[in-house]
Design a protein. Sequence first.
Length: 453
Amino acid sequence: MDITYRLEQKRKVLGDFPGPKSLELAARRATSVAKGVASSVPVYVADADGGVIHDVDGNSFIDFGSGIAVTTVGASDAAVVGAVKEQVEHFTHTCFMVSPYEGYVAVAEKLNQLTPGEHEKRTVLFNSGAEAVENAVKIARVATGRNAVVAFDHAYHGRTNLTMGLTAKAMPYKHGFGPFAGEIYRAPMSYPFREENPQITGKEAAERAILMIQKQIGADQVAAIIIEPIQGEGGFIVPADGFLPRIAEFAKENGIVFIADEVQSGFCRTGEWFAVQHEGVVPDLITTAKGIAGGMPLSAVTGRAELLDAVHGGGLGGTYGGNPVACAAALAAIETMDTQDLRGRAREIEGIVKDRLGKLREELGADSIIGDIRGRGGMLAIEFVKKGSGATTKQPDGEATKKIAEYCLKEGVIILTCGTYGNVIRLLPPLVIGDELLADGLDVLEAAIRANS
Ligand code: PLZ
């Protein structure tokens, strides 16, 4: 990695925060912004670069969240900023459905080339992850002439009506927002840390899901199986080896479209371009967003040409889908990922973090609150359990998790939680974070875990 940062890569908290400027903005927000939108931190952003976020009162936070896995190349990568500036000076929008432009085509070519599989591919662009997921399901339904869609326990696929239905967790995502779309079925996931039988293999866990599909839906009724190769909001759950390949194989045997939702796990985050590549799985459709465009809103469905081209002309689209500024940003972000070898950097980060956390777990002993350390690349997590329950009941400790995140924030490290039981801390630093800053952030996290052990 050879990066010149614009902002000093240092953590700096000036006593108590939120400071006066953040408080003033919070007061304005209270009377202007809908209460339903929650923010993880109480400070307002002035600037962000590399691994730091500066607030309006002069504090500098270490960013372990990347705006939920988005700013993989940083929040103001020079190449992305340059490409965006260049594009806005020419045109900000024409609508690809009205008057098309090269950027859209170039992003489609890039995605077809980068996604797994040597088959002929096509891509369609949208704005958000949810929109991509929703369209992947539409495509699968048209291509198969079937209706049913299978999602998994702990899944997160978005907040629109169809994707809420696919998402597992009720509070806060679905509560009160129904009725949900029909023909959505939920299959059991492979969740190694919480399996009743810890010996169950990935293949066996897949057979458990397949049996449910066969008995409760009928394989020939299923248009698509959708899965996050590493579940994000659900708790950074990495299925046991062999689970994904068997599910993909079952889909293939039964004419079911296998959709990998790589909105969170894609674009170098896990140490490969896409997380399915760790197990050599080739999805029929792949949904991407977040990291794809260095923070600009862009998402995509990429996959087998015969599936995407099964949709009638005019059947896919949207006013802003594949916005030219977002496309320019995507091409630049992908270039940065390539030239800075951010896949390699993600693997380095995995090594550094797992080494530190592994040592801490050893030191704190088997009955500590650290239940599980897992993840790949720069998508890593710690699942916390009530002290002493780790070897037996594995009782989730959401309280301790919250306190650890709060401790980190107070010390100037932004850390996100997740998980069905709210007991997982996830680490999603920008992959361009430097070693020193990463180590400093981990020092804080370690202290936070010790203080709550
Ligand atoms: N699929 C796998 O992770 C977005 C959303 C957090 P959008 N995850 C973060 C929140 O509270 O809203 C996500 C994802 C996976 C789809 C989505 C949806 O992407 O861009 O938020 O629509």
